[in-house]
Every structure is written in structure tokens, then in C-alpha cells.
Design a binder for this molecule. Structure first.
Ligand code: ATP
Length: 312
């Protein structure tokens, strides 16, 4: 097992009455891509801000490559890169000026660490005189990543780097992260996209300031044993509600073109379920057994945490 790079122990943070983080503990290993997933307000940004030494935790501790985030904040800042969720560039500076600025803050130059950003920055070079504010979403994101990397950080913190970015740029971005990982950079990245969660080495699922689970994408889907069905009918808009009223229903939610239905019996009876739906007036009922994905597991864990159903 690799050595831990980021160690978080019992970190809590409140803003007035709001609990942003509650007793969060986990580790990120050297050279790992660790994904934090959670809805808006789950506490992902607060955790990133604590780890990047921008705000202090109320309690608990954390270290980055052995350095304490409170007492050693200066040396940590030299060793990490941070790409905040909000636009972090200077819109009136050109592409090149932005990168030069971030390099100078860390007393380095573009030339000195060009190798690390070359893959990414090459794509921006034709636009290097363009003002950052005038770049497309995907290009802004590449520039922000270049700026976060230009001082050759040991650990990279990326807060929802692909939000609002088109699908192709999202894919390219993840390929870049894989290449950075190969250079032994540890990456902690938050994302609201479940398909991206599947690209991480391990993921942490967060809800309302709590860490619900940490595991590899494959293993995490085994955390909540469940029998899941993908169901399609002629009148999809009524289906979720009808399934929720079925006496054995644990949960039902729309999932793309189908509804994912979880039954709370050990050995659910598909035939009965089909009959029930027919009596409810549905036709062309198609029921398929499926294995839970990351999102299904996350929903099940959230429901369990919320106590919205105690049937699992
Ligand atoms: N400076 C602050 N003052 C007051 N409340 C805050 C502050 N920062 C965060 N919060 C609250 O703490 C909770 C966690 O917010 P946080 O931004 O960490 O969540 P998040 O998972 O990153 O979501 P988002 O994607 O919306 O940023 C939210 O309820 C938020 O409103």
C-alpha cells in the first residue's frame, strides 16, 4: 500500500449554525486520484479550503505530506496547487500573463516547469495573447489547471474542475489528470458527475458535511447490498410515483430513460411487480435486473443516513 499523502483526522467546521463538516477522516495516498462526490452544500469546498490552508478547521487535524495544515501552512502553500471552483484567473490578463503571474507568485518561471504543463498549455498557445475572460469554458479550465501546476506542486486540489465544461473537454481533462498522476502528483478532485467518480482510484461520498463512504469505484457499489430493477413503461411520468406506492418499495427514482427501483424484499417477485404496474394502468412494462452503480449506492447511502427509509 502506498504512503498517505493527505491525512485528514476528525475535521469539523461550522459557519454559525451551519455544520459544513462533521468529523471527517480519510487519507489520500501518494500518486492517487481521489474523488470527492456530493451535492451542492455537502462540504466539499470547505474541506478543500481547509486543506489548502485558506480557512481553519474548528477541530481535528490534517497533514499534507507530513506537514500540519495549521502550523506548517507556509510550506504547504509552496507544495500544493489549488484550482478553486469559481473562476480563479485574472480575466483582463492574457493567457500568457496569467500563467506568468502564477509562476512569479511561486518564484518560478513558465520555462522552468514547462514540461509539466506542456501537454495542456500547448493547446492554449495559439490563444496566448487572448484575454482569459474571453476564453471558452474548456480553455479557461485548461489555463486554470496550468496555473495551478506551474510551480510543480506535490498535491493538486481541484474543486469541481469540470462543472460547466463540455463533454469533450471533460474527457480531455481527465486524460490530463491521468498523465499528472503518472508523474506522481497526488490529486484530490471534487465532482458532481458520477461518470467522473468512476475514473478515480478511490472516491469519498459526502452529504451534509459527513463522509458516508470511502472506497474504490468497484468496491463502493458493493457496500449496500440491494436488488435493483430498471423499469420502463409507456407512461414514464407516472411511474416513479406508482412504484413508490408499491407496498414492497424501498425507493424509486428516474435514471436516464428508465426508473431504478429497489425492492426491500430479499427475493423480490418481478411477476407481482409487473402485475401491480398493469393494474395501475401501465402497459409495455419492461423490468430488468441490474447491478447498482456508483450513483445508486450513493442514493441508498444518503437515504439511509437521512433515515428517509429504514427498510434496507
Ligand atoms: N463562508 C461561509 N459562511 C457561511 N456558510 C458557509 C460558508 N462556506 C460554506 N458555507 C455553508 O457550508 C455548507 C457546505 O458548503 P460547501 O461550499 O463546502 O459545500 P460544497 O459541497 O462545496 O458545495 P458547492 O458545490 O455548492 O460549493 C453549505 O451549507 C454552505 O452554505
Amino acid at each position: 500500500m502506498a504512503e498517505p499523502s493527505v491525512v485528514i483526522e476528525h475535521v469539523s467546521k461550522k459557519f454559525g449554525e451551519i455544520t459544513a463538516l462533521q468529523d471527517v477522516s480519510f487519507q489520500v495516498f501518494h500518486g492517487e486520484i481521489f474523488g470527492l462526490i456530493g451535492a451542492d452544500g455537502a462540504g466539499k469546498t470547505t474541506l478543500m479550503r481547509i486543506l489548502t490552508t485558506l480557512i481553519l478547521p474548528d477541530s481535528g487535524q490534517a497533514t499534507i505530506n507530513g506537514r500540519d495544515i495549521v502550523s506548517a501552512y507556509r510550506s504547504i502553500r509552496e507544495r500544493i496547487g489549488y484550482m478553486p471552483g469559481r473562476f480563479s484567473l485574472y480575466p483582463d490578463l492574457s493567457v500568457e500573463e496569467n500563467l506568468r503571474f502564477f509562476a512569479s507568485v511561486f518564484s518560478t518561471s513558465i520555462e522552468e516547469n514547462y514540461d509539466l504543463v506542456k501537454d495542456i498549455y500547448q493547446q492554449l498557445e495559439p490563444f496566448k495573447k487572448r484575454r482569459a475572460g474571453k476564453l471558452s469554458g474548456g480553455m479557461k479550465q485548461k489555463l486554470a489547471l496550468s496555473c495551478a501546476l506551474i510551480h510543480k506542486p506535490e498535491v493538486l486540489f481541484l474543486d469541481e474542475p469540470t462543472t460547466g465544461v463540455d463533454a469533450v473537454s471533460r474527457m480531455e481533462f481527465w486524460q490530463m489528470l491521468k498523465r499528472l498522476k503518472e508523474q506522481n502528483i497526488t490529486i484530490l478532485v471534487s465532482t458532481p458527475y458520477m461518470d467522473e467518480a468512476g475514473l478515480c482510484d478511490r472516491i469519498g461520498m459526502m452529504q451534509k458535511g459527513k463522509l458516508l463512504a470511502v472506497d474504490t469505484p468497484d468496491e463502493i457499489t458493493e457496500l449496500v447490498p440491494m436488488q435493483l430493477f430498471a423499469i420502463r413503461v409507456d407512461q414514464m411520468h407516472r411511474l416513479t410515483e406508482a412504484l413508490r406506492s408499491y407496498p414492497y418499495s424501498a425507493s424509486a427514482y428516474a435514471f436516464g430513460q428508465v426508473v431504478h427501483y429497489r425492492d426491500r424484499r430479499k427475493h423480490p417477485n418481478e411477476h407481482e411487480l409487473k402485475e401491480f404496474l398493469k393494474v395501475q394502468g401501465f402497459s409495455a412494462v419492461m423490468i430488468r435486473r441490474i447491478n447498482p452503480g456508483i450513483e445508486d449506492t450513493f442514493i441508498a447511502l444518503m437515504e439511509r443516513e437521512d433515515g428517509t427509509h429504514d427498510k434496507l
